[in-house]
Design a binder for this molecule. Structure first.
Ligand code: 5CA
Length: 445
């Protein structure tokens, strides 16, 4: 993309309404624009990051054997009456009426709708196990929407639902979600720690939240330092291997890690002092096992091998897709702007022309731009007629992990500069080497 042909409305001033870094930076970098309280338009740069996150979520869910689909945002109130949650959900639910005076709602989550789809489509245990998911907008009329996309009213969520014959099978689904979530967050450059949590209106007594450590997080967290040393890395995972998947979950859930809702001061105090950490975290996902809480009232039954009709065991599993954009920025920025991890960068490489209008420099940039595109490196080429300082400031603000700088002086020696956004380190090399280096860096992303 050439910047002169793009829409990147960066702000010079720091918006007064933004209290935390991610909100400020998303507004300043032209990623989002508030439409009304807690509701945002995703401008082109923000939309790119959102799509990158969605792609990683899709890839990791499908790797775990989960099946994508799409349910609507608007749901019928009748289904929620069947589960008994229509009244329970209270003021957080946005309720609507259509022209026939039928009651509708903007879905805050989808347990009812998916269970209805399941009950009309599956009759036998032979069709299990089944995990369906979608990535769709939700609406919760939060009393205090704040921090930009972190606590929105309209927000994008991946929500998945497992249907299993037995509790044991459903716990395997729970474990698959835990492992696939850890991998999903790692690919986004995040360390998200599964913590024992409270289930709230979703229900059930087996639930973990995934928290990204950040001082601006809304949840208080208490954990054993040992948990922050764990990584999943690139290892191959066989999601069909129950014991192997469960072993990974045991590794991650054995060290003490809880949110303020479930914190047990006595247990925590029993840890060696050097390992006790108290901090704050951003909840970027939550998984639940709730057994037959929805399948019983909604009559989601299957016939067993013996011909008996039994309610299925279920769980639901959510990732805060739009919240993640803010969470990644909270975890990765500096005083000049955002520092995107390679996995989610909106463009992979920034290309800066230091002397726009100079024939040789323009030609070298155009050639390099073409090569970067051909190599799949999705460059953003700053071809504006601007001072070098302004171009660098924009690149730093929008946080592309790698920048290639092209100027007449370097070109005379056949060189361009490759700069890492995170460390600021710069190396001179030939344009071909720069393309090769970036290709190598992004291998696997
Ligand atoms: N049905 C279950 C799992 S599919 C569910 O709704 N879980 S949840 O309530 O925990 O939401 C899942 C994730 O959505 C949360 O972990 C959080 O990351 C994100 N989320 C929840 N509320 C908001 C909000 N108001 N703004 C942005 N993200 C949110």
């Amino acid at each position: 993309m050439r910047l002169t042909q793009y829409f990147l409305p960066v702000l010079k001033e720091t918006p007064a309404e933004a209290q935390i870094a991610s909100h400020r930076l998303m507004l300043r970098a032209g990623m989002i624009r508030q439409a009304s309280a807690g509701i945002y338009s995703w401008l082109p740069l923000g939309y790119r990051v959102l799509r990158r996150i969605e792609t990683i979520v899709h890839e990791e869910q499908q790797r775990a054997g989960h099946i994508p689909m799409l349910m609507p945002t608007i749901q019928s109130a009748d289904l929620w009456r069947e589960s008994g949650r229509y009244d329970d959900y209270g003021e957080e639910m946005l309720r609507l009426r259509d022209r026939h005076d039928r009651e509708l709602l903007y879905g805050p989550t989808n347990e009812e709708l998916i269970t209805e789809i399941f009950r009309t489509g599956v009759a036998s245990y032979k069709e299990l196990p089944l995990t369906l998911y979608h990535i769709q907008w939700k609406f919760r009329d939060e009393i205090r929407p704040r921090f930009g996309v972190m606590r929105g009213r309209e927000f994008l969520m991946k929500d998945g639902y497992n249907f299993d014959l037995t509790k044991e099978d459903a716990l395997h689904a729970y474990n698959r979600h835990m492992v696939s979530y850890i991998r999903t967050y790692e690919r986004m450059g995040l360390k998200a720690i599964p913590m024992r949590a409270d289930s709230g209106p979703i229900g059930g007594d087996n639930t973990h939240e995934f928290l990204v450590l950040a001082p601006t997080g809304e949840s208080g967290v208490y954990y054993d330092r040992a948990v922050t040393d764990l990584t999943l890395g690139e290892r191959a995972i066989d999601y069909g291997d129950r014991a192997a998947v469960a072993a990974i979950c045991t590794d991650w859930t054995t060290p003490y890690a809880r949110t303020d809702e479930t914190h047990d001061p006595a247990l925590f105090a029993a840890l060696p002092e050097a390992r006790r950490v108290e901090g704050r975290g951003i909840e970027v996902g939550q998984i639940f096992y709730f057994g037959t809480k929805y399948s019983e009232p909604l009559k989601a039954l299957v016939s067993t091998e013996e011909g008996e009709r039994v309610p299925v065991h279920m769980g639901s599993h959510g990732i805060g897709v739009s919240r993640l954009v803010g969470a990644i920025i909270e975890a990765s920025h500096d005083d000049r702007g955002i520092v995107w991890p390679e996995g989610v960068a909106p463009f992979r490489v920034g290309l800066v022309n230091l002397r726009q209008g100079d024939g040789a420099t323009d030609a070298a940039c155009a050639a390099l731009y073409g090569e970067l595109r051909a190599a799949g490196l999705d460059p953003l080429y700053d071809d504006r007629d601007e001072r070098a300082g302004a171009k660098f400031a924009t690149m730093d603000l929008i946080g592309l992990p790698w920048r290639i700088t092209v100027g007449p002086r370097g070109l005379a020696a056949g060189k361009v500069e490759l700069t890492a956004r995170r460390s600021g380190e710069t190396e001179e090399m030939s344009p071909a080497e720069a393309v090769a280096r970036c290709t190598e860096i992004y291998r696997g992303h």
